[in-house]
Design a protein around this ligand. Structure first.
Ligand SMILES: Cc1cc2nc3c(=O)[nH]c(=O)nc-3n(C[C@H](O)[C@H](O)[C@H](O)COP(=O)(O)OP(=O)(O)OC[C@H]3O[C@@H](n4cnc5c(N)ncnc54)[C@H](O)[C@@H]3O)c2cc1C
Length: 397
């Protein structure tokens, strides 16, 4: 009989998904140690009911993490990144969510950090705009959604027109639900040029750019309306220069796929954290003379959650590995984001249920997570839009 093929060395008691972490364990350990040693003590000083850490603390966390090489790890070293594989980035987001530390998400590049869209930029745009984002020295916002173009993101009514006399671009329109608009150094604004989506870089101090209404999100992060009021830009403000005119949709597809996998990873981490809290509580809390974890209705909440989290994590990590193998497919990222975000919402809900009134009290970590996780089935494309992508890939519709 032939011997079983030698696989990677695996610790006993390891979960199926952690097999896919092989090769990145040291990096994840070192990120977790950064969270434990540096971020957790800072988070412990925050008031219990403050949803959003102060802006200067978020800035500090971003810069410190960039200095340690975690923040935008998959960007090239010459821009200030660490040239990590995408799988490593996904694992770091998972670890940030799993840590339960409210500062950990700010240690990793998100929607205010470096955008793959800027990798399509000219040399000058990369040096002036992308590199400071990668180093954590600047932040940006994305102005894509419009009052009548949300899921249907490329049905834009905001326009960019060339002023033939000066060669400048003139942008007009209204953007909505823009995160980080109040803190960003510049915006990536996507508007229609002759009916084709085109991405521009707009410095936030441009006199034609105005912040309108402020919307308070359920979990404390505000969003803003941005008004493009005959906003004038130099001819070279299109991302990618002349070749970038009309190219935003094509360039955006890949970045959306990666963004979705990062959100999926954060969701899986959050779900794992909520599940751990549910299990710990069920092992201690007593009712009717027994630990509540001995009741099958409570076990059902926790075991179903475990099965779903483990499956979502496996799917997300496998998709990240496909990205590293050069086999990126939008429907894979859509499947992972759909599964992970819906799972996280369910798992946090169940963990709160297991805690009874204790979990519902303002200031309890699960009360915050319950509100925070709700955005995950909406951002980076709603769950319904992920289904549309998968259905199309299946030859339907
Ligand atoms: C926390 C947060 C941060 C955000 N940050 C930004 C940002 O920084 N920049 C930015 O530009 N935008 C941002 N957005 C906006 C976000 O991208 C949009 O909310 C999202 O694309 C959905 O658009 P909508 O809200 O207009 O919903 P709609 O498109 O109006 O959808 C409403 C409902 O209809 C469903 N639906 C729509 N079309 C279909 C279809 N074809 N089939 C089935 N169902 C469908 C949707 O799934 C949803 O359930 C943010 C949103 C949130 C919640």
């Amino acid at each position: 009989m032939s011997a079983a093929p030698a696989g990677p060395a695996v610790r006993s008691g390891t979960t199926p998904s952690s097999v896919l972490e092989n090769g990145c364990r040291e990096l994840v350990d070192s990120f977790e140690s950064f969270i434990r040693r540096e971020l957790a003590p800072l988070a412990a000083e925050l008031p219990e009911t403050a949803d959003l850490p102060p802006a200067d603390l978020r800035d500090y966390v971003r810069r410190r993490s960039a200095a340690l090489g975690f923040y935008a790890g998959d960007y090239p070293e010459e821009l200030g990144g660490a040239g990590m594989p995408f799988t490593a980035v996904v694992l770091l987001h998972h670890a940030a969510g799993r840590s339960g530390c409210p500062l950990a998400p700010y240690a990793l590049a998100g929607s205010d950090g470096p955008s793959p869209l800027l990798l399509q930029g000219t040399e000058e745009q990369i040096a002036r705009y992308l590199a400071p984002l990668v180093r954590g020295e600047a932040t940006r916002c994305l102005a894509l959604t419009e009052p009548h173009a949300g899921s249907d993101a490329f049905r834009l009514t905001s326009t960019g027109q060339r002023d033939t006399a000066t060669g400048e671009w003139v942008l007009s329109g209204r953007k909505t639900f823009v995160s980080n608009a109040d803190r960003a150094d510049f915006a990536l604004a996507v508007v229609s040029v002759d009916g084709e989506a085109t991405a521009f870089i707009v410095d936030m101090d441009n006199p034609g750019l105005r912040i309108g209404q402020r919307y308070e999100g359920m979990s404390g992060e505000p969003m803003f309306e941005l008004i493009l009021d005959e906003l004038r830009l130099l001819a070279d403000a299109v991302i990618g220069g002349e070749d970038g005119v009309g190219a935003a949709m094509g360039n955006g597809i890949d970045s959306l796929s990666r963004g979705r996998l990062v959100v999926a990873a954060m969701c899986n981490g959050i779900a794992e954290h909520a599940l751990a809290q549910g299990v710990a509580y069920a092992r201690e809390r007593r009712a009717f003379g027994e630990r509540i974890g001995s009741y099958q209705h409570v076990q059902e909440h926790l075991v179903s959650s475990r099965a779903e989290v483990e499956s979502a994590k496996l799917l997300t990590l496998a998709c990240a590995q496909l990205v590293d193998a050069g086999a990126e497919a939008p429907e894979n990222a859509a499947l992972a984001k759909l599964t992970s975000s819906e799972t996280a919402v369910r798992v946090v809900d169940r963990a709160l249920q297991v805690h009874g009134a204790t979990g519902w009290v303002r200031g309890h970590p699960l009360e915050f997570l319950y509100r925070y996780v709700r955005m995950m089935t909406i951002i980076e494309g709603t769950s319904e839009i992920q289904k549309v992508i998968v259905a199309r890939a299946m030859g339907l519709g």
